[in-house]
Write a protein of this length. Structure first.
Length: 466
């Protein structure tokens, strides 16, 4: 709150100063001194943010203008020009928030979290040329902790302090203070004793995304009573720390004879599916899982994912009978996935087709998959949500920048409402296969306006508009 008060106060004062021909020096100096004291307090309480540099500059220029307002005209013109430039710089620097505010989980449980990093000695690492390199498995568990649990919060992103220049296209300098993000996940918190064993949900991120960018979605799902195992796929994820401390970043090797990268994506889908299988193989090894040891229900496992992770979830259920249900959140299907005949419950959650502009491959593939269903399925489209609304990405932007982006690329429903609508639908869908208690998915969807969809079975699909 202090951040926005300081930024807003400085901008308002500077704009008023720019349109005023002459300022009253004592009043101006008093206001600027108050803002400077606020900046000092902010640094003492929260540390230095580079986004505040234009604020400091505006305060300094305002003081100079107030003190030197009776000087030569050129000096006043220079001061006004400097103020105008600093206001523009402030607007650009605050496109990204220094410390994004993630929504608190909405379920009845506190949330515990722990990160596990292993080496799969049986698999070489396909992204590197060193024959001795083995595939790393990185899993972050989010799980229901006792109500009222307290403890240290988990760090938001792997590699903080040693990030590459860009992370998913965003300058890493934007993430300098992401260590202050409240992830709402308590490190190594005890698992709730409300159940002897808890249902398990495997989660795979979108292509090139780290598991971290889904913290809001995953912590919220865990608070509703699921052990969520979020998997990073090394050398494809934007950034992830391997078991030996090495910070892995994307390695992409596109073939000239694969212009649409279909073969490349199919190959990586196989790699991702093998990562998911490796995690499934580790579930029975109690020494691997810390607070979760012996407390995960191996008969009640689902797989979900966003974008390319949604395709991964479908792939792992299609080939592994241990997975009892799958949910694809806005994912295009690759390889032969669209032709599979899924014999277990399936859910497709989609962003607004008009805003995301889903490709023909996306539309055709998911329609074919639905037509081939052998078990119960559901399909829902969330209006005014775009492809990135399911991630933390919109929360990284300041409210004005977020509003402008929504006008340009969609997503005006907002990330928080999209998150809750998605998890209401996903949690209701998972109730049957993972808890044995029937749930009304339609009722979950009806809590929100402008969600279209319903049950699907083979070529038949019921659509409900709200």
């Amino acid at each position: 709150m202090i951040d926005f008060l300081l930024v807003g106060g400085t901008v308002l004062f500077s704009l008023a100063s720019l349109v005023s021909r002459r300022s009253r020096a004592p009043r101006a100096i008093g206001m600027l001194s108050l803002l400077a004291a606020g900046c000092l307090l902010q640094v003492l309480l929260e540390g230095w943010y580079w986004q505040f540099t234009p604020v400091y500059l505006l305060i300094l220029l305002g003081l100079l203008r107030a003190v030197l307002q009776d000087g030569p005209r050129w000096r006043m013109v220079a001061a006004r020009t400097g103020q105008a430039g600093a206001v523009c710089a402030l607007g650009m620097s605050w496109v990204f928030l220094p410390v994004p505010d993630l929504p608190a989980p909405s379920g009845p449980y506190a949330v515990g979290t722990e990160v596990f990093r292993w080496v799969d000695a049986t698999r070489p690492e396909p992204a590197t040329d060193a024959p001795q390199d083995r595939r790393n498995i990185i899993v972050q568990a989010w799980y229901p902790a006792p109500r009222g649990a307290v403890g240290e919060h988990a760090v938001y992103l792997d590699g903080l302090g040693h990030l590459p220049r860009f992370v998913s296209g965003v300058p890493s300098m934007v993430m300098t203070r992401y260590d202050r993000i409240n992830t709402h996940g308590l490190l190594a918190a005890p698992l709730s004793d409300d159940r002897a064993k808890w249902p398990v949900v495997l989660f795979s991120p979108g292509y090139g995304a780290s598991r971290s960018f889904y913290t809001s979605l995953l912590s919220d799902l865990a608070s509703r009573g699921f052990v969520v195992l979020a998997i990073d796929h090394p050398f494809e994820a934007a950034v992830t720390t391997l078991a030996d401390g090495y910070i892995a970043t994307p390695v992409e090797r596109f073939a000239a004879n694969d212009p649409y990268r279909l073969a490349y994506m199919s190959e990586h889908l196989d790699i991702r599916t093998a990562d998911m299988d490796a995690v499934l193989d580790q579930l029975a090894r109690k020494e691997r899982w810390g607070a979760l040891s012996g407390r995960m229900d191996l008969d009640r496992i689902a797989a979900i994912g966003h974008s390319f992770g949604g395709a991964t979830a479908v792939a792992v259920m299609a080939r592994d009978s241990r997975v009892k249900a799958a949910a694809n959140i806005d994912g295009t299907l690759y390889g032969t996935l669209a032709e599979r005949h899924l014999g277990r419950p399936f859910l497709l959650v989609e962003s607004d087709h008009g805003e995301t502009g889903h490709s023909e491959m996306y539309q055709r593939g998911n329609q074919r998959l639905i037509a081939n269903l052998r078990d119960q399925g559901f399909r829902y489209q969330i209006a005014r949500a775009n492809h990135y609304s399911f991630t933390d990405a919109p929360l990284m932007f300041s409210p004005p920048a977020r509003w402008l982006l929504a006008q340009l690329v969609g997503g005006s429903r907002g990330p928080t409402e999209t998150l809750h609508a998605t998890n209401d639908i996903v949690a209701a869908f998972l109730q049957g296969p993972l808890t044995g208690r029937p749930a009304d998915i339609e009722r979950a969807a009806r809590r929100y306006q402008n969600i279209q969809g319903g049950p699907v079975q083979g070529n038949a699909m019921t659509l409900t508009r709200r």
